[in-house]
Design a protein. Structure first.
Length: 193
């Protein structure tokens, strides 16, 4: 199985036997990896019914729901980790979703595409069109993304709100990237609390 780099990095962060809530879990590939490799107690929330069917076929516990509606049914610190991988930029109410995730999880793992990635910048500058890259694979008219942020935007957001970033990992293609991440990294993965 060819595991995505962001999934490998997140799996490396998660402690074995932890409890995990994946918000916007998609087809469940990450949750499946975590249950097999880390023996986690996993639960997901997903809005897309077809994705939920794929999760159920993998034997995963996934609830149909809109994470923008909140997590009021979950107690404070009821999960070791809450994951928002490739989903934060798609929610309408970033503030309330993050606040709920930080309340429910002891730690929160955020995975974000970098809208300031050098290839995206070049496409916009030289082509004059909204960029399409491996980490931003959608055309402007069919993108699920509502918020277009850079890695620097997210770091600034956390700093302004007193959110502690415990770990940051950046990737480019199928490898890690460390040099000038806001320019060279396609994705950023952050552990916050």
């Amino acid at each position: 199985m060819n595991t995505r780099i962001d999934h490998r990095i997140i799996s490396g962060i998660i402690e074995p036997g932890s409890s995990v809530l994946d918000l916007g879990c998609g087809n469940g590939d990450l949750l499946e990896l975590l249950t097999k490799e880390k023996n986690v107690r996993a639960q997901g929330i997903e809005i897309d019914e077809q994705a939920i069917y794929q999760c159920v076929a993998k034997g995963l516990s996934v609830f149909h729901g809109d994470i923008d509606s909140g997590l009021s049914e979950y107690a404070d610190r009821s999960f070791d980790y809450v994951i928002l991988n490739q989903s934060l930029q798609q929610v309408r109410h970033v503030e309330s979703v993050l606040k709920d995730a930080l309340r429910v999880g002891k730690k929160v793992i955020i995975g974000l595409p970098n809208f300031a990635y050098c290839k995206a910048r070049f496409q916009l500058f030289f082509g004059g069109r909204v960029p399409v890259t491996p980490s931003l694979p959608y055309s402007w008219y069919d993108t699920p993304n509502l918020h277009f942020l850079s890695l620097s935007d997210f770091l600034y957001y956390c700093r302004e709100r007193g959110i502690k970033i415990e770990k940051a990992v950046y990737t480019q293609g199928k490898k890690r990237s460390g040099l000038f991440p806001n320019f060279f990294a396609e994705l950023g993965i952050f552990v916050i609390k």
